[in-house]
Design a protein around this ligand. Structure first.
Ligand SMILES: [Zn+2]
Ligand SMILES: [Zn+2]
Length: 293
């Protein structure tokens, strides 16, 4: 008890926003069964994927540091084993914030080389802790819990370090933030993301799976093949519309203000309170597509 209090106090010191921390105090982890031995954990930050079995607990992403003990508690309800392996789908803090805590418990952390690079270069990581110790460039496989887990890099999509994780036997795909289910995408252009790459990532993901695959998106509810296809359709449709507007000579301001470019997919009113609203996504598309020509 004393230890977890110290951990919480320490996290509070590290937290850049005390308010964000206080908000998280009340957030519980929801455990959602996906298929066979795979579960999705919802809390604060990106959706976690967990594979349970006799080889140990394999986890995909770990939300924020303040959530680590709650995540461990939730996993305890599924398995008596510790988290042995952890893969980060990309470097963002809502997917890697718990790395240092799990590292202390001897969890082995894997990620794309660029994820390690970005976490290492993060000025806030003065202790250089929680860095992935096994990295890959293209793909890797883990043969665990009766599955041949495929971890495959998709280039310059949401960031420059994204990975899709596919469990062929359980028929589950974790997309990381290359898929925001029911929302506009977030494409982090400053971290090497691009519209073209994000579209390619969704195409690659859809090629890996089949109509009955269950999909854990980076954010939003558990998804079906149809949801994922609809998302790709939106990514491509906005690309066509914004490209046409650029060709017509529309300025960035005009594109930002033009709801007709995106409203067939999500209206500005529906996205008003979202992290990525209508003007934001139109701006991202403009900046990314402009830099491609
Ligand atoms: Zn995220
Ligand atoms: Zn992200």
């Amino acid at each position: 008890m004393k230890n977890s209090f110290l951990l919480v106090a320490f996290s509070l010191l590290l937290s850049t926003s005390v308010f964000a921390f206080q908000d998280m105090k009340d957030i519980q982890i929801e455990v959602i069964p996906v298929n066979e031995n795979i579960y999705m954990l919802k809390g604060a930050g990106g959706n976690i994927g967990v594979s349970i079995g006799e080889d140990g607990v394999f986890m995909i992403d770990d939300q924020y540091a303040q959530m680590s003990s709650k995540i461990e508690e939730a996993i305890k309800s599924l398995s008596d084993q510790p988290v042995k392996y952890l893969v980060n789908t990309h470097h963002h803090g809502d997917h890697t914030g718990g790395n240092s805590n799990f590292e202390k418990k001897e969890t082995l952390i894997f990620a794309h080389e660029n994820v390690r690079k970005r976490l290492k270069e993060d000025d806030k990581n003065t202790e250089q802790s929680g860095l992935p110790i096994i990295t890959f460039y293209h793909k890797m496989q883990l043969h665990l819990n009766g599955d041949d887990i495929l971890v495959v890099h998709v280039h310059n999509a949401h960031t420059d370090g994204d990975a899709l994780i596919y469990f062929p036997n359980s028929n589950v795909l974790h997309t990381g933030d290359t898929f925001f289910n029911g929302m506009f995408p977030y494409i982090d252009l400053k971290s090497g993301g691009s519209v073209a790459g994000d579209i390619e990532a969704a195409r690659a993901g859809l090629l890996l799976i089949n109509a009955s695959t269950k999909i854990i998106p980076g954010h939003g509810p558990l998804a079906s093949y149809a949801d994922y296809e609809k998302y790709l359709n939106m990514l491509e449709g906005i690309q066509t519309n914004v490209n046409a507007a650029i060709k017509e000579g529309k300025s960035r301001e005009e594109i930002l203000a033009d709801e007709s470019l995106t409203k067939d997919y999500i209206t500005d009113a529906a996205a008003e309170k979202s992290f990525i609203n209508g003007p934001k996504i139109r701006g991202t598309y403009y900046d990314s597509l402009k830099s491609e020509d």
